[in-house]
Design a protein around this ligand. Structure first.
Ligand SMILES: [Zn+2]
Length: 453
């Protein structure tokens, strides 16, 4: 058994264990299971799982042996079987004794947890689940254990913050929110919590020490009043900016409101024409003017419905087809086209790097929007005017919008992916793991090593 013992220990990648026996059995679905009976060495049998000190044994062995899943060996599922017992640590109390191959309260080996943590960062949900033969919920728990292993405490993320961003992201179709604090200097998430609003943001500020508060110089976010209030309350010296990409989002919403109104009007027109001219059996005659009118009205409604993406995109990214759509709108619907131009102008102003130019342009834009005779844009005018100083601050302090938007999108994507974890802590842990400077290393590897083919 001596050679087998060493071999098994090497493959399992665990020190301080003794392999007692191994069995192979086949499950009904045809998969082979290798069950390895192992135990910690006598010296490590009564270790505390938290401080790893040798402790007093508290009770006898469990009658029911526990099983841990390890990484597959080839196509076979590997399980470690051991009957645990409890110990009494002078510092941590009565606990199940540590096993060298697994983290406390995990049903998997350490290598398994870390491998899943690595995979969850890079791969889509379904791929991780299928490869590791575990459900997505379990992936969440592996992610949390991986994060705890590589970053036992997150408090260092709150040190030396200078430029921070506050973002609320909705998920579950806008029914639930997560508030995320971003460090703009390294694009990492420093803090995340469920919910949104002033109360949640206050929890963030309250945990900061005075020196941590005083290092913050710039806070960005959307136009929410509670952000401004918190900034004034906790960091009055701080400059407040409104992220330009949020302003563009407001403009997009206003534009979409105009388009939707137009579409409803067009739809109503189709209905009206149809009522006035009910269909008679048989094919409509070619020279039937009423049917032609109905067809034209239908086309217009369809055109407006399909124009959403063309109107929302930046002109430089438009496809040939979308460009044509815009041309049709310019010729047939001057008001909708004016709304589109206003949105585009605002977007370009926010890209400006020269503050004096941006200020002058924004002033002109505000005048145009207020005289546009488009209700949605009059509302937008009021909103932009209200936040004018904070919008210009983003340009004044050279907060790179492209980078902020990219981070924001990344977080949104991760939240959408992590939403499958019902446990909110697992969900936040994936956000912390991905949006950070942490690197999960695959077990048994020191650095990136790729074998040439
Ligand atoms: Zn202990």
């Amino acid at each position: 058994m001596a050679f087998t013992n060493t071999l098994f220990k090497k493959i399992l990648n665990v020190k301080n264990i003794v392999v007692e026996k191994a069995e192979v059995h086949q499950e009904l679905d045809g998969t082979n299971h290798i069950c390895i009976s192992a135990r910690p060495t006598a010296r490590h049998m009564d270790d505390c799982p938290i401080c790893h000190k040798r402790c007093m044994r508290y009770d006898k062995k469990n009658a029911q042996p526990r099983t841990w899943r390890g990484l597959d060996w080839g196509t076979a599922v590997v399980e470690i079987v051991y009957d645990t017992h409890r110990i009494q640590c002078p510092k941590h109390g009565v606990l199940v004794a540590d096993v060298p191959w697994a983290y406390p309260n995990s049903g998997f080996t350490k290598d398994f947890d870390l491998t899943v943590g690595w995979l969850a960062v890079y791969l889509p949900r379904s791929a991780v689940s299928e490869l590791m033969r575990i459900d997505w919920e379990t992936v969440g728990r592996c992610v949390s254990r991986t994060l705890k292993e590589i970053e036992p405490s997150r408090s260092r993320r709150l040190d030396n913050l200078v430029h921070i961003g506050i973002d609320e992201t909705s998920y579950k179709k806008g029914h639930k929110y997560i508030t995320v604090i971003i460090n703009h200097d390294n694009n990492t998430v420093v803090w995340a919590a469920p919910g949104h609003g002033k109360k949640v943001l206050e929890t963030f500020y309250r945990q900061l020490k005075p020196e941590q508060l005083s290092s913050i110089k710039i806070v960005t976010g959307d136009g929410a009043k509670w952000i401004t209030e918190c900034v004034q309350e906790f960091t009055p010296e701080c400059e407040r900016c409104v992220d330009p990409f949020h302003v563009v989002e407001w403009a997009m919403e206003a534009l979409d409101e105009v388009r939707r109104e137009r579409w409803i009007e067009a739809h109503r027109e189709v209905k009206k024409l149809k009522n006035e001219h009910p269909r008679t059996p048989g094919r409509p005659k070619a020279e039937d003017q009423k049917s032609q009118q109905i067809e034209a009205a239908k086309d217009k409604a369809k055109e407006l419905k399909g124009a959403r993406f063309a109107l929302g995109k930046a002109p430089e990214h438009l496809t040939e087809n979308q460009r044509l759509r815009l041309l049709i709108i310019a010729q047939t619907d001057p008001q909708l086209y004016r709304a589109y131009v206003l949105k585009e102008e605002l977007r370009l102003i926010l890209k400006e790097t020269d503050l004096a130019i941006a200020e002058a342009e924004l002033k002109r834009w505000l005048w145009k929007a207020s005289h546009s005779r488009i209700p949605a844009f009059k509302d937008l005018y009021k909103k932009v005017k209200r936040h004018k100083e904070h919008i210009l601050n983003a340009i004044r302090f050279k907060m790179s919008n492209a980078r902020m938007e990219a981070t924001n999108n990344k977080i949104k994507l991760i939240i959408r992916k992590a939403y499958g974890f019902r446990n909110i802590d697992n969900m936040l842990d994936l956000v912390y793991l991905v949006c950070s400077d942490l690197k999960v290393t695959l077990p048994g590897r020191n650095q990136k090593s790729v074998t040439p083919a």
